[in-house]
Design a protein around this ligand. Structure first.
Ligand code: SF4
Length: 386
């Protein structure tokens, strides 16, 4: 079966052939299903794309189903012949690769390609994306005079959106990559026709994008070098390159910090090590946590529609009065104790509000309201009679 590449497939293949193989052969893999964060990022990208298109009046969008490839290519040709001032999602198919150019507009004797990115700057990782588009356009007989990346301007502030975008010319930067694109496309297509390739793990698993298949490829052993405390992707992969795969493989003269030494000791002795100074070390965090909860209660009291858990903080009065009311509130005071939060963690499930975690001795006729958001802290009316 012959495969077809696209912009995203090509860039995935540039990162790792194994990643591309899985993307093509297992498109429904659970790792590839967008989670909420990724979906939000896609939506954001679509919004940025729409705003970018507004900057080119008279432009025509090729808005056809993504499966209607031939129709998209035909429509693009038609718009070029008609002399459209700009074509959005201009589609081309050549060398078994389909690309949809974000913005293509006539520029002197040729055309100018613009790639829109929902990023604050132009980055190195954007170049393969532009390179594959230039290659396909060249193969399709479209002369391209220049290319740029249109990205967000971090200096732009709402409501003045006139300067929302900036253009970074990448014509020269992408030039060295162009010679390799044809070769890379051939290599990717050949690889896709075969079985899952064997690719060693390395820094390419993290850069330019975090690979979604890390759990499949990276060992889960607790003594793998990536588990060493304070070792990030770069340092971990540097260890791998020197042949150090396990923590036990570390050379004796390797400089290690106190935490790493303790971790190695714990692995060697196969036990949990609690240093005598841990209590004092945690004390600082406890104070910060108390300050945080106090600040939280205070900020809640500043919102007129929200009361303290026992209802003592009034909607009325000055901000200072509301704040004092909640400060003197017994329930809130209990919130500031570590034991309270320990109990919340132990007892609060998805269906319980924090005030439902009360036990004998706690106020029973309190007004219970959700003072924290999130699934663990939902208000439970069944449990809270008020
Ligand atoms: S985890 Fe690394 S080796 Fe495995 S598919 Fe991803 S990039 Fe390739």
């Amino acid at each position: 079966m012959s495969h077809r590449l696209s912009k995203s497939r090509y860039t995935a293949g540039v990162q790792c052939h194994k990643l591309l193989w899985w993307k093509v052969h297992e498109p429904l893999a659970v790792e590839l299903q967008p989670n909420k964060v990724l979906q939000d990022r896609f939506d954001q990208g679509a919004q940025v794309g729409a705003l970018a298109r507004d900057r080119f009046p008279g432009g025509v969008l090729i808005d056809l189903p993504h499966t209607a490839v031939d129709e998209q290519v035909r429509r693009t040709r038609q718009l070029i012949d008609d002399g459209a001032p700009a074509i959005f999602e201009a589609s081309f198919l050549a060398d078994s690769t389909f690309v949809a150019v974000d913005i293509l507009r006539p520029d002197g004797k040729g055309f100018h390609l613009t790639e829109v990115k929902a990023a604050n700057s132009q980055e190195e990782k954007h170049l393969p994306d532009v390179a594959v588009q230039l290659h396909v356009l060249k193969e399709s007989g479209i002369p391209v005079a220049g290319a740029d990346v249109m990205h967000l301007n971090r200096e732009c502030h709402f409501p003045d959106l006139e300067t929302l975008f900036q253009h970074a010319d990448v014509t020269a930067a992408v030039e060295p990559l162009l010679n390799r694109v044809g070769w890379e496309i051939d290599a990717q297509l050949e690889m896709l026709a075969g079985p899952l390739p064997d690719v060693a793990i390395g820094l390419h698993c993290h850069e330019p994008y975090e690979c979604p298949f890390m759990a499949r490829c990276w060992p889960k052993d607790r003594d793998h070098i990536k588990s060493l405390s304070g070792v990030g992707p770069k340092k971990g992969c540097a260890f791998l390159l020197t042949g150090v795969h396990r923590i036990a493989d570390l050379p004796a003269k390797q400089k290690l910090n106190v935490t790493q030494q303790r971790q190695i000791r714990a692995i060697r002795e196969n036990r949990l090590i609690v240093e005598p100074g841990l209590k004092q070390a945690l004390e600082a965090f406890r104070k910060r946590w108390r300050r945080f909860t106090a600040g939280l209660a205070s900020s809640i009291s500043k919102r007129s529609s929200v009361r303290s858990p026992c209802g003592r903080a009034s909607d009325r009065g000055s901000r200072h009065q509301r704040s004092s009311a909640i400060t003197s509130c017994r329930t809130t005071a209990r919130m500031r104790t570590t034991s309270f939060w320990r109990r919340v963690r132990r007892t609060a499930g998805p269906r319980w509000c924090i005030t439902c975690s009360r036990r004998r001795g706690a106020p029973t006729r309190s007004r219970h309201i959700p003072i924290l958001s999130g699934p663990r802290f939902r208000h439970c009316r069944r449990q809270c009679p008020s």
